[in-house]
Design a protein around this ligand. Structure first.
Ligand code: FE2
Length: 374
């Protein structure tokens, strides 16, 4: 398979208008503790809550916010509940990639007409702050896309939630918005899901990486990136490729027990400050050896940042035709080696750090070896 790299073109007739990411919802074993982790390690502020105190007898959710990013952390209080089963099977993980639309019913019906599978039918919720309409379709694994219409809503998050603030002041660390969300799918399924996004949601294929782009001596993967009309939603879809040893995608699938969200890339305007704060707060990152930095300046050319700062924080740099980007990857953020975060600062670059793939995947292989899963 040949590599083709194309840059995004704005869609003239957007057949499925999406304003952006509304929120990401995780199903977790203990939402209360996860909420503290995101507040005090990642600098998110608590903005809303639902639970027994608000009349939700079986489900507890904490809603956290930093700039444009909203995370919902949800647990169940019940033994025999879909969330309990989800957590038992997958561990903590992303259940919902919620898309903000102007008309949820219209979006849902359009998606269904194009062959989407329903997760739930449209419904409306109301309180004194206004109205929110929701509907949802299924995507890879047990992940869903909730379609959220909230044009007339002025409350903390949604009807059913009460406003709630962090107990202790939280210091934001400069996370701005979701840059992209990556899905890992089973061998042979990448094209199926790319087609789903193209046909059902009107996305465009942005970039293709084959196993020649993304391989080390031992392992390989393939990836295609799809993006919506306005370019605000970018979903790379990965599948494992044959290698001598088990690829990180297979390891993910073994532990997540299905396709699912692999990483969420969040954007910052100052990666040095953001990563310094994350490291101070105890967040762990993948380690890339010193040799990565030896000829970095020759490879990348002039950049605004100080090489010593990048080296000290282990931040990676890559360049494309449009500019450069800085990025770093956390270790998994739950017990299973599944979901992790990327912190990314784009300085013109529209790509995903292809030049760093090899160094990164070797770093992941070192972690796999420690876990005995390489
Ligand atoms: Fe990424």
């Amino acid at each position: 398979m040949e590599t083709q790299t194309t840059t995004t073109t704005q869609v003239q007739n957007d057949t499925f208008p999406i304003n952006g990411t509304d929120h990401l919802e995780f199903y977790v074993g203990n939402a209360k503790q996860a909420a503290l982790y995101y507040q005090h390690c990642f600098g998110y502020e608590l903005i809303a809550y639902k639970g027994p105190e608000t009349g939700s007898r079986d489900v507890v959710s904490y809603v956290l916010k930093q700039d444009k990013i909203r995370l919902v952390l949800t647990s169940t209080l019940m033994e025999d509940h879909e969330i309990a089963r989800h957590v038992a099977k997958h561990g903590d993980g992303v259940k919902v990639l919620a898309l903000w639309v102007d008309n949820a019913v219209d979006a849902y019906e359009k998606a269904m007409a194009k062959g989407a599978e329903s997760a739930f039918e449209p419904y409306t919720i109301e309180d004194e702050f206004g109205t929110v309409k929701l509907a949802a379709i299924k995507t890879y694994g047990e992940t869903i896309h909730t379609l959220v219409e909230r044009s007339s809503y002025s409350g903390a998050f949604m009807p059913g939630y009460m406003a709630k603030k962090s107990e202790k002041p939280v210091t934001p660390i400069g996370l701005k918005f979701v840059d992209h969300c990556v899905g890992n799918v089973e061998l042979g399924d990448m094209n199926k899901w790319v087609k789903f996004y193209q046909e059902v949601l009107g996305f465009k294929l942005l970039i293709t990486f084959d196993d020649k782009d993304i391989s080390t001596k031992y392992t390989a993967l393939m990836s295609k990136v799809v993006s919506n009309g306005n370019g605000y939603i970018k979903f790379p879809i990965n599948e494992p490729a044959n290698g001598i040893k088990k690829s990180q995608i297979e390891e993910y699938l073994d532990f997540y027990k299905s396709a699912g969200v692999q990483h969420i890339a969040v954007a910052t305007d100052n990666i040095i400050e953001t990563v310094s704060a994350l490291r101070n707060n105890g967040v762990e990152f993948l380690y890339v050896p010193e040799t990565y930095y030896v000829d970095l300046m020759e490879r990348i050319g002039d950049i605004d940042e100080d090489l010593e700062d990048l080296k000290k924080l282990n931040i990676l740099v890559d360049r494309d035709d449009e500019g450069y980007l800085l990025q770093i990857f956390t270790k998994p953020v739950q017990d299973r080696p599944t979901v992790f975060y990327e912190i990314i600062q784009r300085k013109g670059a529209v790509s995903f750090g292809k030049g760093n793939f090899k160094a990164l995947f070797e770093a992941i292989e070192r972690e796999q070896a420690l876990r005995g899963t390489l």
